[in-house]
Design a binder for this molecule. Structure first.
Ligand code: ACO
Length: 324
């Protein structure tokens, strides 16, 4: 009997402050029209002064626990994906653990930038399949506003802050012909592309936090290719085709990347969950934020085939295929 991980709850938190494209156009030489046409972004949320990544994550985690109908005492693992931790150490996940009142189990951060949520999900799934954990909180939480160069119009318009969380629980239903839960995970990285997307600071290099730097068009090209190829890999591993997908929940980097990926796979655009218009790119938080919307508005239903995929700095990229 194979043990599988099933998503039993989902929560999110978005900072209150909405920043529109017009507001940004007062700060840098840009326009609502340029941003919408090139990216699909209309607005983004920005954390309040003093609001930390852990604050966002704690809120999302509490909502995920209540939607699963469990308490923090039931959780034995927290994996938190972030590239914008509160501090260099300890892990932001331990802040969440303390705030939830958990004193058992393990809590740690994982860093794969925009692919962070897929990496975190894969790790939590492995813990559950091995029997090392039974109930995991998997969180994506970011305050990218803290690492943006607000003078650089080519990057500062693209990102937002937010957090999403899911509860993952072990179940032994694999004797069924169509077992529910995570069916496969696929992770990749290729460190040769560091210079295309990185932060020019850090404790062992500059002793500063630094700012995000990106070769946008180069990242765009790789994103379409890598997202399409890892999606093909996930489908092949499960003897499925694009027609079997009920919902694609991708990392929200650019609406044009999502459209191109869907076109490449001949996947209907109605099956792609899109939140980039309101959230912008929230890095590791973007997939659970999109997932939350598609669950709460009733699009995702039990037994649906849901594929999540992402690509980010490193480069890193990956996908998870789930029968809901
Ligand atoms: N407003 C107005 N003009 C702008 C802006 C702006 N905000 N930003 C750039 N421009 C200008 C450029 O200066 C350039 O002007 P020029 O032709 O006079 O030189 C022109 O617009 C075109 O610039 P490009 O960079 O070629 O524009 P492109 O169509 O490629 O769009 C974008 C840029 C949106 C960044 C796109 O390349 C993209 O989305 N790339 C992928 C980003 C991504 O996927 N990131 C995900 C990973 S993020 C992570 O891991 C943290």
């Amino acid at each position: 009997m194979t043990r599988r991980s099933v998503v039993t709850g989902c929560g999110r938190y978005l900072p209150e402050r909405i920043v529109t494209n017009d507001e940004l156009a007062k700060r840098v030489d840009t326009s609502d029209e340029w941003i919408q046409q090139r990216t699909g972004i209309c607005e983004r949320r920005i954390a309040a002064d003093g609001e930390k990544t852990s604050d966002l994550a704690i809120n999302a985690a509490q909502k995920a626990l209540s939607s699963a109908g469990i308490s923090a005492d039931d959780v034995d693992l927290i994996v938190l994906a972030t590239a914008t931790p509160d501090e260099t150490f300890p892990a932001t996940a331990t802040r969440v653990q303390a705030a939830l009142g958990m004193t058992k189990g393990a809590a740690f951060d994982i860093q794969a930038v925009c692919t962070g949520f897929i990496y975190a999900l894969n790790i939590a799934d492995n813990f559950i399949r091995l029997g090392q954990a039974n109930t995991a909180l998997v969180i994506g939480a970011e305050t990218f506003s803290r690492i943006l160069d607000w003078e650089d119009r080519s990057t500062c318009v693209l990102f937002g802050d937010g957090a999403g969380a899911i509860v993952l629980q072990g179940t032994d239903n694999s004797d069924s012909a169509a077992p529910r839960g995570i069916l496969s995970n696929h992770l990749h990285s290729d460190g040769r592309h560091h210079d295309c997307l990185y932060v020019d600071g850090g404790p062992s290099s500059t002793q500063t936090v630094g700012h995000l730097r990106m070769e946008g068009p180069e990242v765009f090209k790789h994103a379409v290719n890598n997202m399409a190829s890892v999606l093909g890999e996930a489908l092949a591993a499960n003897d499925m085709t694009a027609e079997d997908i009920d919902w694609l929940v991708p990392h929200q980097a650019n609406k044009r990347i999502l459209d191109s990926t869907a076109r490449k796979l001949k996947l209907s655009r109605e099956k792609v969950v899109i939140t980039i218009d309101r959230h912008a790119n929230t890095s590791a938080a973007s997939i659970p934020l999109a997932l939350y919307e598609a669950i709460t508005d009733g699009r995702i239903q039990e037994d649906d085939i849901v594929v999540m995929e992402a690509m980010g700095g490193g480069f890193t990229w990956g996908a998870s295929l789930i029968r809901w």
